[in-house]
Design a protein around this ligand. Structure first.
Ligand code: ZN
Length: 209
């Protein structure tokens, strides 16, 4: 793990802080900050909504080429595109990584990314797309605000997302399976029914530009 990153426990502690009453929050925050390394404090500053470049984009403070917007997400053209039509799908609420998003919001984010992908096939004649998420500095995340990249692919675009696979060890595969199987939980069914009822809040497909 990169030394400037917060661990899962620290992220949870920070989220709990956010839900405290204002007067308690400040004192608790000071205690929390004392436990962090200077690198972590720097990282944290970048995570805050204030000064977050993606929050500035979603709030319209930084002009951008918006191709889709609803109450929850905005999709803009990347100003340093990997390829023609490279689009960033950004949740409007500040989440440092996608793992912190509630199911409902994550579902919507990835659904819109999928629709952007379709629009790239249909309207920019892309021959393929890569849908890419970097969670954490070590994974190549350089802005601490969750984002889904939708990268259209063209013949001879020079991009390469392949990696060299390593030979798996049977025992380790068994251990990993034990560690993960049954740990992937989705929010309860009754909440999902609520989402279905609220579907009307979400935009219609034709709103994609
Ligand atoms: Zn942000």
């Amino acid at each position: 793990m990169n030394e400037e990153q917060l661990n899962q426990e620290q992220i949870e502690e920070l989220n709990n802080l956010a839900s405290l009453p204002k007067e308690e929050q400040q004192a608790e925050l000071q205690k929390f900050l004392k436990k962090l390394s200077p690198e972590q404090i720097e990282f944290l500053k970048k995570q805050q909504g204030n000064g977050c470049i993606f929050c500035s984009i979603t709030e319209g403070k930084i002009p951008s080429n918006v191709i889709y917007e609803d109450n929850h997400v905005i999709a803009v053209l990347d100003i340093n595109p990997a390829s023609r039509g490279h689009t960033l799908v950004i949740p409007k609420k500040h989440y440092a990584v996608t793992a912190l998003m509630p199911d409902k919001e994550a579902e919507h984010l990835f659904n819109i990314a999928n629709k952007i992908s379709k629009a790239l096939f249909d309207n920019l004649k892309s021959e393929g797309t890569n849908i890419f998420v970097a969670n954490g500095v070590i994974a190549g995340q350089n802005v601490a605000h969750a984002v889904v990249h939708v990268i259209p692919r063209y013949k001879d675009d020079g991009l390469n997302f392949f990696w060299a696979g390593k030979k798996a060890n049977d025992k380790d595969m068994g251990d990993i399976k034990k560690l993960l199987a049954g740990k992937i939980k989705i929010e309860e069914e009754k909440k999902i029914h609520k989402i279905e009822k609220k579907k009307i809040d979400y935009p219609e497909e034709e709103r994609i530009a």
